[in-house]
Design a protein around this ligand. Structure first.
Ligand SMILES: [Zn+2]
Length: 424
């Protein structure tokens, strides 16, 4: 829930997810962290005083579904990784019909960095493992719809590699796709469980053997899986690889660290969930689409499709430029906060269209100053909940725009107790 003010600033510092969380807790505290009065007086300015960095306004309330496909075949033999071309095309069509915009992986990452806006309901299409049906069957369908696509390739599985058989995609096909804007990313070298302690298939001089690798032997092996595969793709195709799909979604902190150090910006699993602005970059869930589980796709679409009922009547605005007060994710030390947001960046606001809703209070008689674009409301009675969500909506250019944010209230829980907040 850290939006508007805090997160964009952190993003601007180009922090990794783990550092990001750390930085949030390391948020500057009032000097000495002393008496509550002091803290209350300085709590809001601490955030507001931080130097502002100009960044594009991105919709932090957008949601993204990421789909993971494998093979498209007419006759399903392995329903866990196959679907028919007809079923695939029907799904692509459904995304279009439901108003879900298919965006590129790099656009998703740019949005996560706060650099580029994406439509409020978006999807990313990915294919894993490198099958030739991805080139021959899936790609023409994707081109028909004008959809971008990302391929996660395990390098030994490309045709000619130790694990690349007749159904495998070729380097030439990958180069052709690259030339036409297909995003090609890493999925290890040999597609195995990357955690130490498992028996793995080792390829030496194209001969395969099962080995339980530990210590330095394991490190050498996993280094090649995580880093070597990235380097091979980059060198062979002359590309930059910044995404890593973990085989079977099996990894641990060590694997994550290796991937981070290798320069991967995002890591992907197969635990499907709508991706939000604050989803951690090292475990981005994708929906694995299988022939015998059509509900996975339907449920995913419903997850982000239900909210606006087939239309895009409401444009969600999420931006540090609204300089909300209290800031999103902030905690204030009063149960009667002054709530403010600056709508001037939204565009021309239609007079009388501004509404503010406050959790626990409902629609409140907020004040809107058309000159400054500032909407404000002084909460008159103590708020009872520990957190407060504010929803501000307005009409701009005939469209309804909406923003929401949440802040914490420290005093709220103690409000009813006469012995609250002992003063020193
Ligand atoms: Zn795979």
């Amino acid at each position: 829930m850290i939006r508007f003010a805090i997160l964009p600033l952190l993003l601007a510092l180009n922090l990794s997810m783990c550092k990001k969380q750390q930085a949030v807790t390391d948020k500057p505290q009032p000097a000495g962290n002393a008496a509550p009065e002091t803290a209350a007086a300085t709590a809001a300015p601490v955030v507001a005083a931080t130097p502002k960095i100009k960044k594009p306004v991105v919709d932090q309330t957008a949601q993204v579904l990421i789909f993971c496909y494998h093979r498209l075949v007419d006759k399903i033999r392995y329903p866990g990784t196959e679907i028919t071309p007809a079923a695939f095309e029907a799904q692509m069509k459904e995304l279009k019909d439901k108003g879900i915009t298919v965006i590129s992986m790099q656009d998703l990452l740019a949005w996560k960095r706060g650099e580029k806006n994406i439509p409020p309901r978006s999807a990313v299409v990915t294919f894993d493992d490198g099958w030739k049906s991805q080139y021959e069957v899936a790609w023409p369908i994707l081109k028909k719809y004008g959809y971008p696509v990302t391929l996660f390739i395990y390098t030994e599985g490309v045709r000619g590699g130790a694990l690349g058989g007749g159904e495998a995609i070729t380097w030439e096909q990958l180069a052709d796709m690259r030339d036409n804007g297909v995003d090609i990313q890493a999925h290890t070298a040999t597609h195995q469980d990357l955690r130490e302690g498992h028996s793995v298939m080792v390829i030496e001089d194209r001969k395969r053997s099962k080995k339980k690798l530990t210590g330095a032997d394991y490190e050498k092996w996993v280094q090649n899986e995580v880093v070597g595969s990235k380097e091979l793709l980059e060198q062979r195709l002359g590309i930059k690889v910044n995404c890593f799909a973990v085989p079977f979604g099996n990894y641990n902190e060590h694997v994550k660290e290796l991937a981070r150090n290798a320069g991967y910006e995002a890591m992907f699993t197969v635990y499907g969930q709508p991706i939000t602005f604050t989803s951690p970059m090292d475990s981005i869930g994708r929906y694995a689409i299988e022939a015998n589980k059509p509900k996975v796709f339907a449920d995913a679409v419903n997850m982000i499709g239900a909210s606006s009922g087939g239309g895009t009547a409401v444009a969600e605005v999420g931006s540090k430029d609204l300089t909300t007060q209290p800031a999103d994710g902030d905690t204030v030390r009063t149960a009667t906060p002054l709530i403010k947001a600056n709508l001037s960046s939204v565009g021309q606001i239609e007079p009388g269209s501004v509404q503010m809703r406050v959790s626990g209070l409902g629609l409140v008689p907020a004040n809107f100053d058309p000159k400054t674009g500032m909407v404000s409301y002084q909460v008159p009675q103590k708020l009872r909940d520990k957190t407060c969500t504010v929803i501000v909506s307005a009409k701009s250019d005939g469209k309804k725009v909406e923003t929401h944010w949440t802040f914490g209230l420290e005093e709220a829980t103690a409000a009813s107790s006469p012995a609250a907040a002992p003063k020193k």
